[in-house]
Design a protein around this ligand. Structure first.
Ligand code: ASP
Length: 310
């Protein structure tokens, strides 16, 4: 099987001055994931490693540099899903984990549960050799300044350099046909303590089914949850009628792209909000769609060339 990889760094109003940082982050994550896949490595390693790169990059709202909640804390969510077994591992509201995707992987691999939250998730981390960090280690000064401005004024995107989010995600298919998807986020800025969005919820911010495809979402979590967007996408990948209902664009359209577009139309029309998603169909055909001004994403073309947006 030909391996395939697609990655995102969030759908948001990416200002011109952040475009290069986003592109550089996506490039590094693609390089890391593709090195694994192109040398016969496993999709689970490609997804985990690519997401770790993005979590460590303060450009994105995941891991270090995530948005602060209204109490001034970083609370992180992540999920990793195996399209072969439909098993997922997820964590939510963790405050002392540098790379929540690693912890999500540990939940997937070493527990019978799908999701662990807060103190229980951190206890599990300690028991499984994932070090805890002081909560302050996850805070970037830029985000503390933004949070203070929101406190003294009211929450506004202008206090966050004009953007609010940069959740990250990846979907990989390896040469053995294993399909994995993952998503990691700091959630929305100034969220209430304990708020969990779509990102770590199976079927909402992420889904993988090797018989259909793999998906990672980004955007307004409360809206994405209402339409269970990632699962919707994999269900639609079985339905050729999506191509019929799709208005003709220039050139032939893949079913994968028609499905991605259909999900974003649903998000806009049914729950009146914004977001984006990436997906690979079961053969590794990539697609991305969004209704925000920009989305940071990249994938590997059939020729092995990286295609990066914006
Ligand atoms: N979906 C994420 C959340 O609601 C945020 C984002 O993707 O921008 O937590």
């Amino acid at each position: 099987m030909k391996p395939s990889l697609i990655i995102h760094g969030g759908a948001w109003n990416i200002p011109d001055e952040s475009v290069e940082d986003c592109r550089a982050g996506i490039q590094r994550a693609l390089e890391t994931g593709w090195k694994i896949l192109s040398s016969g490595g496993a999709a689970i390693d490609a997804v985990t490693s690519a997401i770790v790169i993005l979590e460590d990059d303060s450009t994105f709202d995941a891991g270090f540099g995530s948005h602060l909640n209204s109490d001034g804390h970083v609370q992180l969510d992540a999920i990793l899903m195996d399209g072969g077994t439909l098993k997922a591992g997820a964590v939510a509201a963790v405050e002392r984990i540098h790379n929540p995707i690693r912890l999500a992987r540990s939940v997937l691999e070493h527990s019978d549960h799908v999701m662990l939250v807060a103190a229980g998730a951190e206890k599990f981390a300690e028991e499984h050799g994932i070090p805890l960090c002081p909560p302050e280690d996850l805070i970037h000064e830029r985000e503390r300044i933004a949070w203070r401005r929101c406190l003294s004024d009211s929450h506004a995107v202008e206090h966050h350099l004009g953007h609010e989010s940069g959740t990250v995600g990846a979907v990989a298919l390896d040469e053995h046909g294993h399909l994995f998807a993952g998503t990691s986020t700091g959630g929305t800025c100034c969220k209430l303590p304990g708020r969990v969005g779509d990102s770590p919820l199976i079927g909402c911010g992420c889904y993988a089914d090797a018989e259909a495809g793999g998906v990672s979402c980004t955007g307004h979590g409360e809206g994405i949850m209402k339409i269970v967007m990632a699962k919707m996408a994999t269900d639609l990948l079985h339905d050729q009628r999506v191509l019929l209902s799709h208005r003709k664009k220039a050139g032939p359209l893949s079913l994968a792209q028609a499905v991605a577009d259909a999900c974003i139309r649903k998000l806009a029309h049914r729950v009146h909000t914004t977001g984006g998603l990436i997906l690979l169909d079961r053969q590794g055909r990539p697609a991305a769609a969004f209704n925000t001004p920009r989305m940071a994403y990249g994938y590997v073309e059939e020729t092995g060339k990286f295609r990066i947006a914006p």
